[in-house]
Unconditional design. Sequence first.
Length: 175
Amino acid sequence: MIYLLFKNQWVEHEPDYLSHEQESVRLEPTLVGAKSNTKNQRFRIHDGKPIISIADIMSRDILHVTHNTPLSVCSSIMKNEGVHHLAVFNDGHFCGLISDRDILFTSHLLTDKKTAAAVATTVVMAIHENAPAGLTANVLLHEGINALPVLDDDLNICGIVTTRDFLRVLSGLIH
């Protein structure tokens, strides 16, 4: 369910914090004890608890750039579109992820000569679209990251899930 981009190939990965002792915990439905909201209900309910997969909450529209896109253009896209992450592609294949923090920390490099390839994170974790939201939140928390590309059964990117997506869901479940 969790993958690492390694030498431009997705390989299965199980971080230590998702050990087999935690297997029962990570398979539990997310948001145990949450009251269901019958108005505008988007999630399946099982035993009165919402079952939320990443496919339910991820953003399907991923903004992307090529590896040779100038950093100044990447920065403009993020500002104009109000996003914090861009997928980076090379010859049609995903090769990395850029965050607004990457650009902020390299703001002194914002020339037309510096490209996305200069700052993109190329060892990227990703999650399968059917992964439970609780597992995904655990990965984001333990890795100290704010976004994960989402993969379909063919290991193609079909979305991105961010901490903002989790906050959007949480804000709809609590008052």
